[in-house]
Design a protein around this ligand. Structure first.
Ligand code: OSB
Ligand code: MG
Length: 368
């Protein structure tokens, strides 16, 4: 296999409503799409880097630069057996996982299309329907949070995650629990706390949450070990797990009991598959996180979620939750039971809407 051409496009899309986390609020997304032509097929990937370096150090602008200037030259003209080999070719570049993952995922899609096979089958997926949960941003009032939760539950979503930060944590969780004693409920702090907050975070133990996601520093595995010892609620790590080595350290040290897997954060399918296998061996449940993706990234998350170890509902949801108009055909839909059914078309299983993508593009680079 050899890549003939890579096209980068930045598209801009406004979210249906602003999404707020402990690190900031997003109203408009700037999304880097990667189109890769290889072996007569065209594959698509999405780089999930944010507009600013607030979730992780990468941004769309660093990813664009790194892809054009450093990643593409590592692949250009190179002959390789198959998509699983791409990640190693990119290894000389340290970090920049989101840039690597967007490019690598496009090549996996191209390979699946070339073989006439759905990507999820090429990855070794085992289910034709995945369980879907929602991530609800921080709201200005409890009433707005409650309305959002009610809306998602009536749409069928199987699990509710709410974003928390100091000052908006124990109270909304307590009130939601009173209102919905039986739902699968969890919280995500996006690194808003410090180890000294352990006594405060322990108050969350009263509400039998499924997990608390990334309470402490994005780069601080060690403090999570101490915190997990003081909490009954399982810690799930997101930001801290950026490689299979981090996953191994987290599991062996007891820094978490659950791992959120994101393709972009760990650098592509090759590392994701290794983390998945490691977690299965240690019976650590994994689930697929989300990054406010367009349909392309969403389609990849859906394919990934079919792997056997993805035993909990992911943050993988219908297109309409985020977009008035998604860039894929058909859009991602949820069933009344809160699941997403897989397609059996080759590759990611959803068609990129070329005309719309070109219309939304604000910059483009063709790499040959
Ligand atoms: O921490 O999981 C996160 C969105 C942007 C950055 C980080 C996170 C999130 C979400 C949204 O929780 C998940 C989604 O795409 O629905
Ligand atoms: Mg998270």
């Amino acid at each position: 296999m050899r890549i003939q051409r890579v096209t980068l496009r930045e598209i801009q899309m406004r979210l249906v409503s602003p999404f707020e986390t402990s690190f900031g609020r997003t109203t408009d997304r700037r999304i880097l799409l990667i189109e890769a032509e290889a072996g007569g097929a065209t594959g698509w990937g999405e780089c999930v880097a944010g507009e600013g370096p607030f979730y992780s150090p990468e941004t769309i602008d660093t990813a664009w630069l790194i892809t054009e200037k450093y990643l593409w030259p590592l692949l250009k003209g190179r002959e390789f057996a198959a998509a699983p080999d791409v990640w190693e070719l990119l290894e000389p570049v340290r970090g920049h996982n989101m840039a690597k993952a967007g490019l690598e995922a496009a090549i996996w899609d191209a390979e699946a299309k070339q073989k006439g096979e759905p990507l999820w089958r090429l990855l070794g997926g085992v289910r034709e329907e995945i369980a879907s949960g929602v991530s609800i941003g921080i709201k200005p009032s409890f009433d707005e949070l409650l309305a959002a939760v009610e809306k998602e539950l009536s749409a069928g979503y199987q699990r509710i995650k709410i974003k928390i930060k100091p000052g908006q944590d124990v109270e909304p969780v307590e009130r939601l629990r009173q209102r919905f004693p039986g739902i699968k409920l969890m919280v995500d702090a996006n690194s808003a706390y410090r180890l000294e907050d352990a006594p405060h975070l322990r108050r969350l133990d009263a509400f039998y949450l499924m997990m608390i996601e990334q309470p402490l520093g994005w780069d601080d595995l060690y403090s999570h070990v101490a915190l997990q010892r003081q909490l009954q609620t399982p810690i799930c790590l997101d930001e801290c797990i950026r490689s299979v080595e981090h996953a191994r350290a987290a599991i062996e040290l007891g820094a978490c009991r659950i791992i959120n897997v994101k393709l972009g954060r760990v650098g592509g399918y090759t590392p994701v598959l290794r983390i998945h296998d490691l977690c299965r061996k240690h019976q650590i449940p994994v689930w697929c996180g989300g990054m406010l993706e367009s349909g392309i990234g969403r389609a990849h998350n859906i394919a990934l979620s079919t792997l056997a170890g993805f035993s909990l509902p992911g943050d993988v949801t219908a297109s309409r939750r985020y977009w008035h108009q998604d860039i894929i055909e058909p859009e991602v839909e949820i069933t009344p039971l809160g699941t997403i059914r897989l397609h059996n078309h080759p590759g990611i299983g959803y068609q990129p809407r070329h005309d719309l993508i070109e219309e939304l593009a604000v910059r483009k680079a063709v790499l040959t």
